[in-house]
Design a protein around this ligand. Structure first.
Ligand code: HEM
Length: 238
């Protein structure tokens, strides 16, 4: 058995960090676009300061739109370069085995909050069921970020076009686009807080974090965290 296993291609690593950088910039500029004293997430000082920094509200909107278009183009580029990888990723994250994966999700949440005694106390096995290439937590976040990402991109394009070409009869469509854009960003952002904790801060996932730079994980980590994937690569070859 090799001591490490390939987990991510160079293009997968590129698209992940490109996406993370775009998300950061889109959040920073997007929050700055909200200038309403009733709902400003960071108070009215932040949108004001950002507008002065970039040369006004119109320039800030153009910057947010520009980063959004670049974000979409980045994904188009990734799909051209590694369509096979994208197909593998989508097939993995949307294949859920209800009994095994839901049991994993419930037990993992109890283990992380109340500990193994709470599971034993209600007669449940504290061992987590084996997981595949992604565990159910990773799959849930990946599903939300793919569906949310498509909604954010589509509604963003509608809003972008509405500034330039749509007439007054599209007001309803644009109103829905604004609402769904906010809801999707909120949902993905909530998952992102957990994702960043699990992927970058939690010590037991450290080899997974390193793999987002090196592309490989140690054999022991693959065996312990992604047993079904480990068995598959052991039987089929890498
Ligand atoms: C500081 C920011 C981020 C860090 C440190 C981070 C870290 C990681 C790591 C280490 C993995 C690899 C997990 C593995 O394969 O074992 C990963 C995967 C992934 N990341 Fe991120 N990520 C960040 C931001 C984002 C953002 C902004 C998104 C999307 C909105 C995102 C979406 C994903 C998805 C869909 C996966 C694959 C499924 C998963 O492992 O959850 N990440 N991330």
């Amino acid at each position: 058995m090799p001591r490490t296993h390939k987990r991510h291609d160079r293009s997968d690593i590129f698209i992940h960090w490109f996406n993370a950088a775009c998300w950061l910039l889109l959040l920073l500029t997007g929050v700055g676009l909200i200038q309403n004293p009733a709902i400003d997430p960071f108070g009215s000082g932040y949108p004001q300061a950002l507008r002065s920094l970039v040369g006004g509200g119109a320039a800030l909107l153009a910057l947010h739109e520009g980063i959004g278009v670049l974000w979409i183009l980045g994904f188009v580029f990734y799909l051209i370069v590694n369509f096979k990888g994208a197909r593998f990723f989508l097939a993995e994250i949307f294949s859920v085995s209800p009994a095994r994966d839901m049991a994993w999700m419930v037990r993992k949440m109890v283990l992380m909050t109340l500990g193994p005694k709470a599971l034993k106390g209600v007669g449940m096995d504290p061992e987590l069921p084996d997981q595949g290439y992604y565990n159910m937590g990773q799959k849930a976040f990946a599903q939300a970020s793919v569906v949310g990402g498509v909604v954010i991109a589509a509604t963003g394009v509608i809003m972008l076009l509405s500034d330039r070409t749509f007439g007054a009869d599209s007001t309803g469509l644009v109103g829905w686009a604004v609402t769904l854009h906010f809801i999707a960003v909120g949902l993905v952002f909530a998952g992102l807080l957990v994702h960043i904790y699990m992927a970058a801060i939690s010590p037991e996932e450290r080899p997974g974090f390193k793999s987002m730079f090196t592309g490989v994980v140690p054999d022991g980590y693959a065996k312990h965290h992604h047993r079904l994937w480990w068995e598959k690569i052991r039987n089929d070859g890498e």
